[in-house]
Design a protein around this ligand. Structure first.
Ligand SMILES: [Zn+2]
Length: 327
């Protein structure tokens, strides 16, 4: 079962989110693996995409925003693009475009940042955009302050969070073929809307709070990837933060549950084939025996054999006429 849990450290301006994605993640991998053109992701790409998906789920859950959150990595290596999209209701999808050979021990930079020109874009796309409104986008490089290549996706995103929200954030991510998981710990602003238990304006208060965040972030950073992937929420939180009283928020009744959704459908693909025109469709069938179209977002392949294709081009009104007057 996929889970997402939010928690706050009692009396401290530090909050956290823990996410474990199972069925939405394995469905994405299944669709990709079943695509006869692409085949399954190479393992390092699979794990990186899973981390990206877990991160997008954490970031979407961390903001109050009515629209899609999309995290894209534009690579300058054999992986050209990784995309994860998470909606406010936690429906999600993700994909990667691989154009070159991926070694089994490929690192983040060998896949997407060979010449330090890779970048990561985070887009917030409002659900009800008014005319002319652009989505909000922030872009961060895949290198650190001294130009050094970053080898953890989480470090890239921590940098983004600091830049965009001015909030210290610690993110831990892990993925394999069954689970995509992540832990986020963030320092809340001491002043302002996100504040807990009333504002303390004193600077000395802020300094103390800073220590609290640093201590908790340090505890969080000790988590091992296999712990993130295999431990249940209670066990994991107890193991990491047993000295730190924390309160878990109960999931709202009918609250969002992470799930896979792709907007592709056989009808949409059929309409696209009709858009190509009958001569073009006929020539594809003559050449390949069928028309095969893969969803570029989830990898699912839709196949239309000659009879399916002929049906697409038979205008609905012709059917009854033909049956009444079979000449
Ligand atoms: Zn799709």
């Amino acid at each position: 079962m996929s889970e997402l849990h939010k928690f706050v450290f009692d009396g401290l301006p530090v909050r956290g989110i823990l996410v474990r994605l199972t069925d939405p993640w394995t469905e994405m991998l299944r669709r990709r693996a079943s695509n006869s053109q692409s085949g399954a992701y190479p393992l390092p790409v699979q794990n990186l995409l899973g981390e990206l998906l877990a991160a997008a789920a954490l970031m979407q859950s961390n903001i109050k925003f009515d629209g899609a959150l999309v995290v894209q990595v534009h690579g300058d290596g054999p992986v050209k693009l990784l995309v994860a999209e998470v909606q406010p209701d936690l429906s999600m999808r993700a994909t990667a475009t691989v154009t070159g050979v991926i070694e089994v021990d490929a690192t983040l930079s060998s896949m997407v940042n060979q010449s330090n020109r890779g970048r990561c874009a985070i887009t917030l796309d409002p659900k009800n955009r008014f005319p002319g409104q652009q989505p909000y986008q922030g872009v961060v490089p895949l290198f650190g302050d001294r130009g050094e290549k970053l080898e953890r996706l989480s470090a890239v995103l921590e940098h983004y969070m600091l830049q965009s929200e001015q909030l210290d954030t610690c993110m831990l991510l892990a993925a394999n073929g069954q689970v995509a998981a992540g832990l986020l710990v963030q320092r809340l602003p001491v002043q302002g809307a996100g504040n807990l238990a009333g504002a303390t304006r004193a600077n000395e208060g802020d300094i103390g709070r800073d220590e609290d965040y640093k201590r908790i972030a340090l505890l969080a950073s000790t988590v091992q990837k296999d712990e993130l992937l295999s431990l249940d929420t209670d066990t994991l939180l107890r193991r990491l933060f047993w000295q730190e009283p924390l309160t878990r928020f109960a999931r709202e009744a009918n609250g969002p549950v992470p799930r896979f959704v792709c907007s592709c459908s056989r009808d949409k693909v059929g309409a696209m084939i009709v858009g190509l025109g009958a001569p073009e469709a006929d020539s594809i069938i003559a050449e390949q025996g069928q028309i095969e179209v893969g969803c570029e977002f989830c990898g699912l392949q839709y196949r239309f054999d000659p009879i399916d294709a002929a049906q697409l081009f038979r205008a609905p009104a012709q059917t009854p006429v033909a049956s009444r007057n079979p000449q």
